[in-house]
Design a protein around this ligand. Structure first.
Ligand code: AMP
Ligand code: MN
Ligand code: MN
Ligand code: MN
Length: 277
């Protein structure tokens, strides 16, 4: 099963429309796709229709921004009813803070002499409710400040850098609750990317499971093989379902294309065993 259960469209910070994401996934041999835009389900219906046209199995998804132990954590929801009122209201609340945050990022960049970044970032965001740091990064690349998006994050947008702005996202238990209320399965996205102590990482998974979270991305476009092995052990130890996901945003920006992740270790229970029921 070539499942790819985490990727982005122009509805958040991806470079392809929902239809283009689905077509690319199909062309790359994906058998089961989830579209998981940041804090937003506005692309689900278009993607589902495009998938139906191609006979590609599709589940509705979302990637919710959460604050935990001073770090931003991403919780993916899979197989959600994207119209569920509790989820819809929760996501609207998370998106709400994004515009004010974008204004502050623009101000911080202006302080170090980078002008017009807010307008520039807005120009790259197809969805005005969802201006992400990725849109700022694209603006800084096209305006010639930095050679590529990763370098922009390393110099300006990552925690501790001059354009980084602290922000309070959703609470972990809330985000998991919204996903469960909408009939979905909650997944810890790309856990190796979080700068957490061992104790805080353990607490993250404890709280996630206590709230009803059931799965972890073991194989991710954001993980090295060693990191995948580490979280495969975590999945075994905690009895978590395992997910496989490119986290594709676009051709030039993503290390791994749609459907091109490594397979899951065969002894793990794939999260899609529950999605295909
Ligand atoms: P935001 O939700 O606005 O904080 O933006 C987070 C998004 O920025 C992530 O989903 C990625 O798409 C992108 N991003 C974060 N860190 C990096 C990085 N080091 N290199 C490239 N893109 C990144
Ligand atoms: Mn992103
Ligand atoms: Mn993420
Ligand atoms: Mn993502």
């Amino acid at each position: 099963m070539n499942a790819d259960l985490h990727c982005h469209s122009t509805v958040s910070d991806g470079l392809l429309s929902p239809t283009e994401v689905v077509r690319r996934a199909h062309a790359n041999g994906v058998d089961l796709l989830a579209l998981t835009d940041h804090d937003e389900v506005g692309g689900v219906e278009e993607a589902r229709a495009a998938a139906a046209e191609l006979g590609l199995a599709f589940v509705a998804g979302v990637e919710i921004s959460v604050s935990f132990a001073g770090e931003t954590i991403h919780i993916v929801g899979l197989g959600i009813d994207h119209t569920h009122p509790l989820l819809v209201a929760g996501l609207a609340q998370v998106r709400d803070g994004r515009d004010a945050r974008a204004v502050r990022i623009g101000e911080e960049l202006a302080r170090i002499g980078i002008r017009g970044a807010l307008e520039g970032a807005r120009g790259f965001a197809a969805n005005p409710a969802l201006v992400s740091r990725a849109h700022f990064a694209r603006f800084l690349v096209t305006s010639g400040v930095m050679p590529d998006v990763k370098t922009v994050f390393d110099h300006y947008l990552a925690r501790g850098k001059p354009g980084f702005v602290e922000h309070e996202w959703a609470r972990l238990d809330e985000a998991v609750g919204w996903i469960r209320a909408a009939g979905g399965i909650a997944v810890v996205a790309h856990p190796a990317r979080y700068r957490l102590s061992h104790a805080d990482m353990a607490r993250l998974f404890d709280c996630f499971q206590a709230a009803g979270g059931e799965a972890v991305e073991v194989v991710s476009g954001a993980h090295t093989p060693e990191e995948a092995a580490r979280f495969a052990s975590e999945a075994r130890r905690r009895g978590l379902l395992a997910s496989r996901a490119s986290d594709f945003h676009g051709e030039k920006e993503s290390a791994v294309d749609l459907g091109r992740c490594n397979p899951l270790p065969p002894d793990l229970t794939p999260v899609w065993s529950r999605l295909l029921q």
